[in-house]
Design a protein around this ligand. Structure first.
Ligand SMILES: [Zn+2]
Length: 391
């Protein structure tokens, strides 16, 4: 990282005032910001329990410390800077946004385009689908409305839920919501999914969303079962044994597109002799296996530890990711389909843009910061009528 350029970014671009309003949940400073932990990563040090009176004091410390990243933790029952001077138990976490964390490296077993820390627009679609599923579940099933989705800077997304009811959830409640949303098992090998039937309404609704993307995103773009070896991953998720045997002999060692293999499962199921059990029950079992596979390949993979902890810290929106140089931009879900992961603004590129035009309103970060400002304004308490009416 070029710290001179980074300083220009944090001096000119980072939206301190909107971050203040967003964390404070009101226009005048209150405990939600004043007693909020902010933690800085500086070269090799990790500086925790910082807190500020206002956006200007926060900005001054960012420029003084020049952190490689910073994170927000909970609101404490007293100012976290003073915690060592206070009696035990007098400075404890009391409020925090409910957060979700999705990282595409948790999709390594189902994505074929990239490995490890790499990400491209093909596998970014896993994140897009995760957002679609979780956004509707948080809104419809839990009634949350104040949701901010943020690109995490490399290969994932964070969601911050800032409704008053979310802020005061205790750890048990956070864990329950995380468990509700976490449909897949945690094993990275073998069968991750064996959904109970009939589907829970959240599962039924999610299935509708997943099914609408499965053909394009999994069968066509990821094509995970093309080679004979890869096809074994599909076969081991199917029963009965004579169906698996028929498919294996039909396919041999050829490369076959996944969409063809997926269709062959139904063709071969219909051709099973009646003697292999009631054809209806075999058909039902195959259908259920296919549904489970759709969930395994597309349902959101959550890092539940981030959701469960009241004192879990999470990287700020609009910080610069220390490895990629990309800015952790807020995501406007209305434009999510147009989001291009290769076009996310980098701090050094937008500083160059500023040098060229000397106009801060004409850089490629502008749409993201404007969206964030709009989001914050929409979610602040409405001004009381007495404040706006002229008597
Ligand atoms: Zn990829």
């Amino acid at each position: 990282m070029d710290f001179d350029t980074l300083r220009v970014y944090y001096q000119r671009f980072f939206p301190y005032q909107d971050v203040f309003l967003w964390l404070n949940h009101d226009r005048t400073p209150q405990a939600d910001f004043l007693d909020r932990e902010i933690a800085f990563t500086i070269e090799n040090a990790y500086v925790r329990y910082q807190s500020y009176m206002n956006a200007d004091a926060f900005k001054a410390d960012v420029l003084r410390l020049m952190p490689t990243r910073f994170e927000y933790g909970p609101v404490y029952s007293a100012n976290p800077r003073q915690r060592k001077m206070l009696p035990k138990g007098a400075c404890v976490p009391v409020k925090k946004e409910f957060c979700l964390d999705i990282d595409l490296s948790d999709y390594n077993s189902v994505r074929t385009c990239c490995t490890d820390t790499a990400v491209c627009n093909k596998c970014w679609k896993f994140a897009t689908i995760a957002i679609e599923i979780l956004n509707v579940a948080l809104r419809e099933d839990f009634g949350f409305q104040n949701l901010l989705w943020v690109f995490s800077g490399r290969r994932g997304v964070h969601c911050w839920v800032s409704d008053a009811a979310a802020l005061t959830l205790d750890e048990a409640q956070r864990s329950s919501i995380a468990a509700y949303l976490q449909v897949l098992g945690t094993s990275t090998q073998g069968k991750l999914v064996n959904l109970p039937r009939p589907f829970h309404p959240h599962i039924a609704r999610s299935f509708g969303i997943l099914k609408s993307h499965f053909k394009q995103v999994v069968l066509e773009e990821q094509d995970p079962w093309r080679s004979a070896d890869q096809a074994e991953e599909l076969l081991k998720r199917l029963q009965p044994a004579d169906l698996v045997a028929r498919l294996r002999s039909k396919w041999g060692s050829k490369e076959i597109p996944s969409s063809q293999r997926w269709a062959d499962i139904d063709t071969e199921t219909r051709q099973l002799p009646v003697s292999s059990g009631s054809r209806n029950s075999v058909g039902d079992a195959v259908l259920a296996a296919k549904q489970d596979i759709i969930f395994e390949y597309l349902y959101p993979r959550l890092d539940a530890a981030v959701s469960r902890g009241l004192n879990h810290l999470l990287k700020s929106p609009f910080v610069v990711h220390p490895s990629t140089g990309k800015i952790c931009v807020a995501l406007d879900l209305k434009k999510l389909d147009e989001f291009d992961i290769d076009a996310v603004p980098r701090y050094d590129a937008i500083v160059k843009e500023l040098d060229a035009t000397n106009d801060i309103t004409k850089t490629s970060l502008r749409d993201y910061t404007e969206y964030f400002r709009h989001h914050v304004q929409e979610t602040l308490p409405k001004k009381r009528a007495a404040d706006t009416l002229d008597f």
